[in-house]
Design a protein. Structure first.
Length: 228
């Protein structure tokens, strides 16, 4: 049997429960022996970060959860962990960060007091995608997004599309525009008091990809479940 998410000893943080908790989530794309691929999900809970050295931080009291496929069971594991470890009455908000995937956003239905935040890495990626051929538009687009100037953002997108000849490039810009529109509230919460950013890309790399996908390997579903 694979190790369940609640197998290791639980800490007791009831007395020291902070007012803000953080959850970050992402996924790794893993090759199966059948030639197909699947995703391995990772979620981790922490209490913020402390500086280690210049530009480096350590997450405090972090706890990892992984799953293949079963979204409901994964978020239930996370919700149960929060209830058992923390005094949730003391918590004001839980910031849930990710790349906008629907399974991550769904976590807000399971986690009390949670608010979804789009991670800055993916916002930056889509801004670059939309302005790759029009560098001078990148700075104003970024500024309008950060200031919450929704009308100005989408007016500028229309101008960028109008001044783009390639149909494939126009599609990329429309994709970026849709992504930003669908994640608008999550983008604006990046400015919320106490939000510390998201390091999910790095955690996926260290915790999952190093073993599962960074080298050319094919996994059985059983082996993948055990390893993750």
């Amino acid at each position: 049997e694979p190790i369940p998410n609640d197998a290791t000893e639980l800490p007791n943080r009831k007395e020291e429960t902070p007012s803000i908790l953080y959850i970050e989530a992402d996924e790794d794309h893993v090759a199966l022996q059948s030639g197909k691929s699947t995703i391995s999900k990772i979620v981790y809970v922490h209490e913020g970060r402390k500086p280690l050295s210049k530009g480096r931080y350590q997450l405090m009291n972090k706890r990892y959860f992984t799953a293949q496929g079963d979204n409901e069971a994964l978020w239930l594991d996370v919700a149960n962990y929060l209830d058992q470890v923390y005094d949730m009455d003391k918590v004001q908000v839980v910031y849930l960060s990710g790349d906008g995937a629907s399974w991550i956003k769904e976590g807000t239905k399971w986690i009390v007091k949670s608010k979804y935040v789009l991670d800055r890495f993916h916002l930056s990626k889509y801004i670059k995608l939309a302005t790759a051929h029009m560098d001078y538009a990148r700075e104003p687009l970024t500024k309008y997004i950060r200031k919450g100037m929704k009308k100005a953002v989408f007016d500028l997108f229309k101008i960028i599309i109008k001044n783009t000849e390639s149909e494939s490039k126009k599609k990329s810009i429309r994709d970026a525009m849709t992504y930003i529109r669908n994640n608008w509230d999550g983008i604006q919460r990046q400015k919320a008091k106490g939000y510390v950013g998201c390091s999910a890309e790095g955690h996926v790399s260290h915790v999952l990809s190093d073993r599962l996908s960074s080298r050319p390997m094919g996994w059985s579903k059983k082996g993948l479940l055990h390893m993750s």
